[in-house]
Design a protein around this ligand. Structure first.
Ligand code: FES
Length: 150
């Protein structure tokens, strides 16, 4: 099985096997010149662009939080629905599924569908029009050192 996301250009990015992506973890992938953060919360996956619509902060490096609601004084409850990605710069909250900003009226962040698919389906895609893209990084020789830019 693999978690994958479809970028805005219609490119499918195979991220890794589900076993390599445990609950509570995240990965930031680059495709088409854009960074996309992929999150696993319990058994659900979410993906949003790693650029906060407010002032361009690295949104996907911030915490993931659920809302806390209260029906009355002393009755707080954690909303276990879709979590929010919290920007580390100024704390704006974005719905991890829809990308909508919470309670600010600010523009939404671009969100992407993520699916978990069997390897056979991914192999079948290789024969379709949807290109599969592996995450790559530039590697070069600088002096006597091999440097990986990740
Ligand atoms: S840049 Fe993200 S809240 Fe300001």
């Amino acid at each position: 099985l693999a978690a994958r996301t479809r970028g805005s250009e219609g490119v499918t990015v195979v991220i890794c096997s589900v076993e390599e992506f445990p609950p509570g973890s995240r990965r930031i992938v680059t495709t088409g010149g854009r960074e996309i953060g992929v999150f696993r919360v319990d058994d659900a996956f979410y993906a949003v662009r790693n650029r906060c619509p407010h002032q361009g902060g690295p949104l996907c490096t911030g915490p993931i939080r659920h809302l806390i609601r209260a029906n009355g004084p002393g009755e707080p409850e954690v909303d276990t629905g879709v979590p929010f990605v919290v920007c580390p710069w100024h704390g704006f909250h974005y719905n991890a599924s829809t990308g909508e900003a919470y309670a600010t009226g600010d523009p939404r962040v671009k969100s992407y569908p993520v699916s978990v698919e069997a390897g056979e389906i991914l192999l079948a895609d290789m024969d379709s029009r949807t290109p599969l893209v592996a995450e790559t990084f530039p590697v070069y020789v600088e002096g006597r050192y091999v440097v990986l830019e990740a």
